[in-house]
Design a protein around this ligand. Sequence first.
Ligand SMILES: [Cu+2]
Length: 69
Amino acid sequence: MSSTATYTVSGMTCGHCVSSVTEEVTTIPGVTDVQVDLASGAVTITSDSPVDDDAVKAAVDEAGYELVR
Ligand SMILES: [Cu+2]
């Protein structure tokens, strides 16, 4: 069963930021879909099983942004 989690990322300012975050988060094992809302910074992650918060934080850091929650 797939699960969905929403996080908030700060520092994204344009479409390039969105694609950077999307690209990094997509590399987390089990992730099947990533939706980023630039205006609010909301990142919604759909995955086969619940993703580890630390993995999300690491991916967002890798992209160069900050996970707020
Ligand atoms: Cu940007």
